[in-house]
Design a binder for this molecule. Sequence first.
Ligand code: ZN
Length: 259
Amino acid sequence: MRKYLAFLTICLAVISVAAAQPKQKTLLAIFAHPDDENMIGPVLAKYARLGHNVYVIIATDGKDGTRVTKIPAGDSLGRLRQQETICACQKLEINPPIYLQIDRLDTKHGVRPYLNGRKKAMAEVKRYIEKLKPDVLLTFGPDGEYGHSEHIVTGALVTEVLLKEGWVDKYPLYFPVDIQEDVMDNDDLSYIDKKYINLKVVFSDEDGQKMIEAAKCYVTQFTPEEISELVETASKNKSNTKYFRKFVVTNKTQAEFWD
Ligand SMILES: [Zn+2]
């Protein structure tokens, strides 16, 4: 009897530990360029730290992103920028990045190449969603962070895949957003009215620090001065909070616009 009771106690202890641990979730963030993911770097780092599976898909290889580097636009810059994302994902302690190798998601090289790239991106996004079965999807909202056309196209095509496949409820989608008081006068960041915020994710100082270390991987994109500025801004903003808006669609059918 005593043996039986001891066995029962162990079983109950195992069950309660299992119940206390939340199920491991999969987060999939889909962005346009190497370095876009760092916009929500602390959030990605947080969920990886908590034991969840965090993936990032980068749609283009960013080979035209010369920004602060003297390396000319082309495949070698694209390869370098991909290495920078691998480094950044290591710093955030998330899975290595997935690249879709799309040339561009705008019409810089003509409408036809753009449409072909968009088609390929949509097929790949669908394939990875089916493969990874994410509990949470993250991408750009209609603002594209600051209106960048490839950001807007990336966010729109992810949203379109969900609408097309009837996956809006199956794979909950969230857009990272800013609020007006966090946007400084001299930058072009978009913001939304606070009433449309559905989720506030609070992260730790350690998660914030990982984002700074990840930013340092992007030597072709940020000058040392910009990194120092990032460190300063991050240390000033004590809220350690990122905001998100959920993509919601009603299934209700109505007879008139004003019903
Ligand atoms: Zn970008």
